[in-house]
Ligand binder design. Structure first.
Ligand SMILES: N[C@@H](CCC(=O)N[C@@H](CS)C(=O)NCC(=O)O)C(=O)O
Length: 214
């Protein structure tokens, strides 16, 4: 049986993506809480011993450290035969949205939420810029998931798990009341939350939280 150890912090939507995928695939993992707020991922020793990219999450699979949620999700999808998409066209869609999510939706939403809620005295101009980008990306998702149940087609895939990773945190952290402003996105998130075994980030990722400023 494969053993998993997930280096994470509870507010990390990227960590949630992996925790959720493992859970939906019926796997358990050892949670390795990491002091992100205390700056441990910036230290030379953490980078030398855990992740040279300086990022959370890190998934240890039978002792081998893997990073970058996109390829990890794809590998787990192959391993468990779940959420990988069916056929060449759907798999291409999965890759397309995974890349887009990493660069755009999750990338900017993570920065916006972190600055807004977990950083003292955020620069209003920086927040306005980031929010403008997130609004654009949410508008794109709103249109797409209004046309089909899940982002790559009729079935949920790792692209949905990735893209929803930062959208399921409480509105007072993200600053977005999705039900009110993006009802199609909200309905898509509800479809995902209806998957058997689905749990939210703070249920899957326990431990000490970051200080809140908003
Ligand atoms: N593309 C990466 C993103 C990982 C990432 O940005 N993680 C955040 C925490 S959730 C981080 O460690 N950021 C540190 C930094 O940007 O310096 C992935 O999918 O794993």
């Amino acid at each position: 049986m494969t053993t998993y150890r997930l280096h994470y912090f509870p507010e990390s939507g990227n960590s949630f993506k992996l925790a959720l995928m493992l859970t939906l695939c019926g796997q358990t993992f050892e949670p390795v809480w990491t002091d992100f707020g205390g700056g441990v991922t910036r230290t030379a020793s953490w980078r030398a011993n855990v992740n040279p990219m300086g990022e959370i999450p890190v998934l240890e699979v039978d002792g081998v450290r893997l990073t970058q949620t996109g390829p990890i999700l794809l590998r787990l999808a192959d391993q468990y035969g779940r959420f990988g998409g069916a056929g060449e066209a759907e798999r291409f869609e999965v890759l397309r949205w995974l890349f887009w999510d990493n660069q755009k939706l999750s990338g900017f939403m993570a920065m916006y939420r972190y600055r807004r809620a977990f950083t003292p005295g955020p620069d209003p101009q920086v927040l306005a810029f980031l929010r403008g980008r997130v609004d654009d990306f949410l508008g794109i998702v709103e249109a797409e998931v209004g046309r089909r149940p899940f982002i790559a087609g009729d079935r949920p895939t790792v692209a949905d798990l990735s893209m929803s990773g930062y959208l399921v945190f409480p509105p007072d952290e993200s600053g977005y009341d999705l039900a009110a402003r993006y009802p199609g996105v909200h309905a898509w998130l509800q479809r995902l939350a209806g998957l058997p075994g689905w749990k939210g980030p703070y249920d899957l990722l326990p431990g000490k939280r970051l200080p809140r400023y908003a």
